[in-house]
Each structure stands twice: as structure tokens, then as C-alpha cells.
Design a protein around this ligand. Structure first.
Ligand code: GLY
Length: 432
């Protein structure tokens, strides 16, 4: 089978790495891909928003399965277009992708179907939103309704900050039409966990939980990023908590959508906060997480292509169980100096091969491009180094040993990824 993967990050490299292990898969294309995907797939010079050109390519090349990494093409309707043209594709249609594409849509579904989540109000009127802030206690979370490349969420510690966030949306139009509607939400306190499921709209197969690190600096300090590291499983997620999240947050949402006449197919990603009152949904995403995928897929022992085909063909009920390695996985992101602000590109990257040879280690590339025989930096998040170990201590040691092999100008990474998982496993420290 010929497969097309849409995207260019570490998540897509991890998806291709796993798909390439399937006996069902003969050839993989990646649009546009990166310096790592080119070694196991054919990179195409087509950007992720060119959905018609992607469909033309898939039709012309006889692609039998397309897998979409990022949210933007899903929200733009890539699945609808491919299906209209009789092309098999893994992901939710435009209407279902609103679970990520419109925060008010997702919140309305959660409120209607009693999905545990924070209290929230939706506003299209600036004055009414300001009035709401005047009459409520901070902290409050202000969210632009639509896709804002991860920049549309503001945790406001004061009413002034909250009003400034409203200005960004309603007055400065920082997010264009994505900020014409705003959600003001209760701040949920607790540890954040990502739980993703495969679903064909009927059957739900949950993955192992993961946790990502959003802030740039150790100790969860500094500005938010796309994610600086991740690990799986999450020791604080007991079997009881896991089952509660799967049943009350994920299965109930997919059921609720079905009740609305919306079939959700693909991956549904629940961003969950473990509050003192139980797990609550912070947000949903309509795709695999990045960098969670880089810590989840090394643990998947089942054939990813088989699962994705079963989802695309609506026959997940007959698939059986997913098989997971009991090992622990840790992923550390190596970033360009200056990220998530301004950074330079084009620096030679050394040592990827040496790192890949280390026991249990795999390097997934993100912001890289091939140049001659080597690869150079071409983005903020450059590489993801993942390692499996018998416990988190071993996985962490392997990751940080492998990173010693790698070097590029301005390389920056967090030193505390999965430290809390090590502490949890050894009974030291406390839940946050
Ligand atoms: N790691 C967060 C996300 O993928 O949205």
C-alpha cells in the first residue's frame, strides 16, 4: 500500500517511522516532510494547506491511505475533499474537526453532554465580555474561539490582564476572525495529561496516556511553546483515573457527537486536568499530539497502518485490542536558541546517527532540512530524542546520554523532562 503523510514535524516523522514498520506499507510520501522523513519517505514540495493539490497527488499516484498530522488541513476540510473523490483518509471531517477548530463548538458539546470541564461563557460582544470579567474572580482563562497557532489562550491573573486579552481579540484583531468569538473560562488547577483515542465513530480504542511540557524553561517557567518534551505512561494516572477519562471525557464526547449526527473518525485528543474534583477536559484536539506522539508510538506494538485503515474503513469493532510495550518512554525536544521567539536557521546538525545507535533511542526530526549529505536546522523545534527504558530513570538516562552525541549552534533543551515521573515511580515528591 502507498501511504501519504501530511505534515512536517516530529509527530509526522514518528508516524512515518511507525508506518514504515508495517508489512502492509510499500511506499510512503510526506508532504512536505523534513530532513528526517526524507530517509524513509519521499518528500513532496506541497504545503499542508494545499488540500486540492494533495488530493490531485493522491489520486494520480494511487495513494491508498492518507494520514493527516496537523489540525489546519483537517479544520479546512481535507477529509471531506478526499472522501468526495473516493480517496481513503485518516482523520475527522471538517464538522467533527471543530472539536479543535472552534472552542465554543467543543464547549457547547461538553456542556450539552455533561462532559466534566471548566465552567465557561461564550461572548461575541466585547462590552458584555468586559462586564463578565468585572463581576468574576480571577484567575480567568480567555480563549480565542478559532485556530490561533497555539497563541490564542491567555491565563489572566488580574482583571487588567483579562481585559487586555479581550482587546487582542476584539480590538487589535490579533487572531483575525478566529478572535471574533471569545470563551471566558474558569482556571482549572492540577496536573495536565494527554489521553488520545483511535475511533471510527463507533468503537473507541484508547492509547496510553502521556504528558507534555509546554513551557520553555526547567521548572515549567517562561513562555509557552509547542512542547519541549513528553513522557508515557503517566504514573499519576491510575487505572481508575484512566478509565474515568476514557469513559466520561472521550467516549461520552464521541457518543454526544454521534447524537448530533456528527461522526468523529480519526484521533481524538483529550487535554485533561487532574483537578481535586476529578479529571476535567481542558481542550480537545482533532489529531495526534506533538511531542506526545513521539513518546507514545515507540510503545505501540500493534501495526499502526492496520489500525488507521480500520478507522478509515469504519471497522474498528473487529480490530481487537491495541498492544503496548510496558516500557517507559521519554522524549526531549532540542530547540534553536531563541525559540519560541526569534531564532536563526541553517546550522549544521551533528551526531544524529550516533544518538540513534544508542540502546532504546530513536531521533525524530522536526525543524530540519537535508543539505548535501547532512541536515541543517530549519525551525524552532529541531529534533526529538526519544528513549525507551524499563523505568523512567533508565529512559531518562538514555535520552540525556544520547543528546550528548548531538550538537548544533545554539542547541537548547530542558534538563528536567520526566523528572517528576522518576520521582513518582520512586515514591519521592508529591502530585502537583
Ligand atoms: N502537545 C500539545 C499539542 O499537540 O497540542
Amino acid at each position: 500500500m502507498k501511504v501519504l503523510v501530511v505534515g512536517s514535524g516530529g509527530r509526522e516523522h514518528a508516524l512515518i517511522w511507525k508506518l514504515s514498520q508495517s508489512p502492509l506499507v510499500e511506499k510512503i510520501y510526506c508532504a512536505p516532510g523534513n530532513g528526517g522523513t526524507v530517509a524513509i519517505a519521499k518528500n513532496l514540495n506541497i504545503s499542508v494547506d494545499k488540500i486540492k493539490i494533495l488530493a490531485d497527488f493522491a489520486e494520480g499516484e494511487g495513494i491508498e491511505l492518507t494520514v493527516v498530522g496537523p489540525e489546519a488541513p483537517l479544520v479546512a476540510g481535507i477529509v471531506d475533499l478526499f472522501e468526495k473523490r473516493g480517496l481513503k483518509i485518516f482523520g475527522p471531517r471538517k464538522e467533527a474537526a471543530q472539536m479543535e477548530g472552534s472552542k465554543s463548538f467543543a464547549k457547547n458539546i461538553m456542556q450539552k453532554y455533561d462532559i466534566p470541564t471548566g465552567f465557561a461563557k461564550i461572548f461575541t460582544d466585547h462590552k458584555k465580555a468586559v462586564n463578565y470579567i468585572e463581576n468574576h474572580e480571577v484567575p480567568l482563562v480567555i480563549k480565542a474561539d478559532g485556530l490561533a497557532a497555539g497563541k490564542g489562550v491567555f491565563i489572566s491573573e488580574s482583571k487588567e490582564e483579562a481585559k487586555k486579552a479581550l482587546d487582542y481579540c476584539f480590538v487589535n484583531k490579533r487572531f483575525g476572525s478566529a478572535g471574533d468569538k471569545v470563551i471566558i473560562e474558569e482556571y482549572l488547577e492540577g496536573e495536565e495529561v494527554s489521553l488520545l483515542v483511535f475511533t471510527d465513530g463507533e468503537t473507541v480504542l484508547p492509547m496510553v496516556p502521556a504528558q507534555d511540557y509546554k513551557r520553555i524553561y526547567d521548572g515549567d517557567l517562561g513562555p509557552n511553546t509547542g512542547g519541549m518534551g513528553s513522557y508515557s505512561p503517566v504514573p499519576t494516572v491510575t487505572e481508575e483515573i484512566y478509565n474515568e477519562i476514557v469513559e466520561k471525557a472521550l467516549k461520552s464526547t464521541i457518543e454526544g457527537l454521534k447524537n448530533e449526527g456528527i461522526e468523529y473518525r480519526g484521533v481524538l485528543y483529550g487535554g485533561i486536568i487532574l483537578t481535586k474534583d476529578g479529571p476535567k477536559v481542558l481542550e480537545f484536539n482533532c489529531r495526534f499530539g506533538d511531542p506526545e506522539t513521539q513518546a507514545i508510538l515507540p510503545r505501540l506494538e500493534s501495526d499502526l497502518a492496520e489500525i488507521m485503515l480500520a478507522v478509515a474503513e469504519r471497522r474498528l469493532a473487529n480490530y481487537g485490542e491495541l498492544k503496548w510495550s510496558p516500557k517507559n518512554c521519554v522524549t526531549v525536544v532540542l530547540a534553536s536558541s531563541g525559540y519560541p521567539g526569534k531564532y536563526e536557521e541553517g546550522f549544521e546538525i551533528k551526531g544524529i546517527e550516533g544518538a540513534n545507535l544508542k540502546n532504546g533511542v530513536v531521533v525524530f526530526q522536526a525543524g530540519t532540512v537535508r543539505e548535501g549529505e547532512g541536515v541543517v536546522t530549519a525551525g524552532g523545534r529541531v529534533l526529538n530524542v526519544s528513549a525507551l527504558g524499563n523505568d523512567f530513570k533508565e529512559a531518562r538516562e538514555r535520552v540525556y546520554e544520547a543528546i550528548k552525541e548531538i550538537d548544533f549552534n545554539g542547541m537548547y533543551y530542558r534538563k528536567d523532562i520526566a523528572l517528576r515521573a522518576v520521582k513518582s515511580q520512586s515514591g519521592v515528591g508529591s502530585r502537583k
